[in-house]
Design a protein. Structure first.
Length: 358
């Protein structure tokens, strides 16, 4: 399996040069879009709630401020207990998956990589399926056995792939990717067996596989936020190392990057971000593939620009997709992302086949 250079891809794309010197403008546009998406996510729905009422509820529940607005108890419940945690969870998960995707694409030097490249999705799915099938359960702060086992399964799969595949020496990244594919295939087979014996629990397993934000809550958000935010910030602080790895091991070492240590740390941090995200929402694809690729086309390949801007646009994309999912009858957001992301992926594959260096 050959990988190709992201810088070579960008040199072939005219739009990259047009915006490379304007990361601040692109970032501000992203922030504006995120604000619009967040407001729309909380106010739009089967029951429309105006921005003044929404702001009033948030200020009252957060700071105890009463601006004298008039709204019903049902409106307050919808805003504070249902929509706001769901929208914030979508923003958090979208940002985390986008950062993880940008990190994996930089490490393996391939724009077709995504946060699930190390078998994270298969591990999370198998862990969740086993938790659903087993006749035991517990819930702590709405974080149950399914969420816990999904997180453990995702982290275990990633660490197993890294342990077996390594990441150094000639052909190290190709070996790592092939190991990820092999381990993912084995875990997928075990998942199929778990689904076969699940009986009446099959629907619950499919619900996790399709991904969704219907179960979002403040408790789950509070648990996942430190894991995703801290991991993403640490990745951003290692932007120089990620830039060095993007240029190749020899060049990175020449620039003073301790290749094996930095790659290991970045892989663990990106896997942690992905595992925490899928543990609370299930499997949501294409965010970590589409967003970093588009951001690189807009602002160039520098990780200092790509990481934070990817986080912003990842949040925008998933919040918007979840709003569409709710308006369509609360379908799983993973289905909406597949409909939006699959055509982009096909175009990307066509461009890769027709022009990029492999």
């Amino acid at each position: 399996m050959a990988v190709h250079s992201i810088p070579a891809e960008l040199r072939r794309t005219g739009i990259a040069g047009q915006f490379r010197s304007r990361p601040v403008i692109v970032g501000l546009i992203g922030i504006a879009l995120l604000v619009v998406a967040l407001v729309a996510g909380v106010t739009v729905g089967s029951i429309a709630i105006g921005p003044p009422e929404t702001l009033g509820v948030i200020l009252k529940r957060t700071f105890g401020l009463d601006l004298g607005g008039q709204w019903t108890a049902a409106t307050e419940t919808i805003v504070w207990e249902l929509r706001l945690p769901r929208v914030l969870t979508a923003a958090l998960v979208g940002a985390g998956l986008a950062v993880a995707g940008a990190t994996f694409q930089g490490i393996v030097r391939n724009p077709l990589a995504d946060p699930y490249v190390l078998g994270t999705s298969s591990g999370a799915a198998l862990g969740a399926a086993l938790a659903i099938v087993l006749p035991v359960g517990f819930t702590i702060f709405q974080f149950g056995l399914v969420n816990l086992w999904a997180f453990v399964g995702a982290m275990a799969a990633s660490l197993l792939v890294f342990r077996l595949g390594g990441s150094g020496g000639p052909g190290g990244m190709t070996r790592l990717l092939l190991t990820g594919y092999a381990v993912g295939s084995i875990l997928a087979a075990l998942l199929t067996m778990a689904m076969y014996i699940s009986g009446a629990n099959l629907r619950a397993i499919f619900s996790f596989l399709l991904g969704g934000l219907a179960g979002a809550s403040w408790e789950r958000l509070i648990i996942a936020t430190p894991l995703i935010v801290v991991s993403s910030v640490l990745i951003g602080l290692r932007a120089r190392s990620l830039d060095g790895l993007l240029l190749g091991d020899a060049t990175a070492a020449h620039l003073g990057v301790e290749v094996r240590r930095e790659r290991t740390l970045l892989l663990v941090l990106a896997s942690m971000t992905t595992a925490a995200a899928v543990a609370i929402t299930g499997l949501i694809g294409f965010v970590g593939l589409v967003v970093p690729h588009v951001v690189r086309l807009l602002v160039g390949a520098g990780a200092r620009r790509v990481i934070p801007i990817s986080a912003i646009f990842g949040a925008v994309l998933l919040v918007s997709a979840d709003l569409v999912a709710r308006l369509l009858g609360d379908v799983p957001v993973g289905v909406v992302m597949a409909i939006l992301g699959a055509p982009f992926f096909l175009v990307l594959l066509h461009q890769t086949h027709s022009g990029y260096e492999l």
